[in-house]
Write a protein that binds this ligand. Structure first.
Ligand code: NAG
Ligand code: NAG
Ligand code: NAG
Ligand code: NAG
Ligand code: NAG
Length: 362
């Protein structure tokens, strides 16, 4: 078992020629720090793939913007400025498009990041990620890693071969943020397009544009001026943000939770169908404030009465959903994909009806 004492012993035993620690996870491909500067913070970068992994080292590299085509090594080489703000250590955690990120990868990632941040020798972490499901990973890390240190999730909207690719500057801003003591105590954050957002509320609002990550009602935490973070407020956390311990959860141990989408004439059979196919909880993306058709509601009540909790979220981009009963819950401010992760983690923690209602409708 990993411990701080073991870490300290390993660090103490390092020779001057090898200032960076060896990987504690030998199964991982790690790019150790190339130019160590003792005055700078140590930042660990977990690369998972996505468009940002297309940040090619040279301009004659015309392929490789497919998700996961380039490794963490290339990613770091492409942005030498990282060495002016940190000692960056790269960990190749996955190399996939963000739709291939699974609950198992998230549990695994949390367990690795928690150990890394528990070390006194690491000041913050950055996760590079495809943008399509980036908000889900960021939300998951926000709820499952217990730390004051910054966790910054970053992606890119443009592949490296495009004019004005955004990956390199996004990565530099993310690492600069993770290395800044003013970023502590703010939960997990998302960086794109010169903005800093709380992982709790931010969502991808546009499929194509650079200014896609927003929390329209809650706003941003801050922005970058000349690549340095500037915050609007003192460190603060979202009201009601819970913590879920997944340190002992088996990698593939999270329960299945499915999302049903609401529309005119929706198919009521899908609720029971999802439960029959293994769902231990359901989230509905209801029109308006989580409304649902009359036959659909009868079907939902039936699965809820038989023990499957159902969280009512919204199809609208913003809004609050509350006031449910009988093993159904309003999602509060959470969108369907974040409600799903919250319900998964709560069920994993053994929450039952009474606890679920305080969790979602605080
Ligand atoms: C190490 O980092 C400090 C702080 O940014 C900087 O002043 C110094 O020049 C750096 N040293 C080297 C050798 O780059
Ligand atoms: C790092 O900072 C030094 C001193 O400001 C500067 O000369 C150098 O160009 C910087 N390196 C990069 C890669 O930006
Ligand atoms: C956790 O992730 C690492 C990096 O991808 C991988 O090497 C390892 O096998 C994973 N562990 C499990 C139990 O899946
Ligand atoms: C960074 O890592 C090196 C090598 O493990 C360690 O000696 C140093 O103390 C660390 N720096 C900080 C600020 O933790
Ligand atoms: C909850 O169930 C009880 C008992 O079946 C019923 O009287 C009540 O109307 C239900 N409440 C809601 C909001 O569905």
């Amino acid at each position: 078992m990993f411990s701080v004492a073991l870490l300290a012993a390993l660090h103490a035993g390092l020779s001057a020629a090898l200032p960076a620690p060896a990987s504690f996870f030998p199964e991982l491909m790690v790019r150790e720090v190339q130019q160590y500067n003792a005055s700078l913070p140590n930042i660990t970068i977990y690369a998972t793939g996505g468009t940002i992994a297309g940040s090619a080292a040279s301009s004659d590299q015309t392929t490789g913007y497919q998700a996961g085509a380039l490794g963490v090594d290339i990613l770091l080489q492409a942005v030498p400025q990282l060495y002016n703000v940190s000692n960056p250590r790269g960990v190749q955690f996955a190399n996939v498009g963000s739709t291939e990120i699974t609950p198992a990868i998230l549990v695994n990632l949390t367990q690795h990041i928690q150990k890394e941040l528990d070390s006194p020798y690491c000041q913050g972490v950055v996760v590079t990620h495809g943008t399509d499901t980036l908000e889900e990973t960021a939300f998951f890390l926000d709820l499952t890693v217990r730390t004051e240190k910054p966790i910054v999730v970053v992606g890119a909207m443009r592949p490296a071969t495009a004019i004005s690719a955004d990956g390199p500057i996004n990565l530099l801003e993310a690492v600069t943020l993770a290395a800044d003591p003013a970023a502590r105590g703010r939960g997990a954050m998302v960086v794109l397009n010169d903005r800093i957002a709380s992982a709790y509320y931010v969502t991808k609002t546009n499929s194509n544009s650079l200014d896609t990550f927003k929390a329209v009602e809650q706003g941003y935490l801050g922005f970058f001026y000349n690549i340095k973070p500037r915050f609007f407020f003192q460190p603060t956390l979202p009201l009601g943000r819970p913590y879920f311990d997944v340190s002992a959860t088996p990698i593939d141990g999270l329960p299945q939770v499915d999302i049903l989408y609401g529309y005119q004439g929706l198919n009521p059979a899908l609720a029971k169908g999802a439960v029959d196919a293994g769902a231990k909880g359901l989230v509905v993306a209801g029109p308006g404030a989580g409304s649902w058709t009359r036959p659909g509601t009868a079907a939902i009540r039936e699965v809820a009465a038989k023990g499957t909790p159902v969280v009512f979220s919204r199809r609208s981009e913003n809004g609050f959903v509350g006031d449910r009963a009988n093993n159904t819950f309003g999602a509060g401010l959470l969108n369907p994909q974040k409600s799903r992760i919250m319900l998964q983690l709560a069920l994993n923690a053994g929450y039952e009806e009474a606890q679920l209602s305080t969790l979602f409708e605080f």
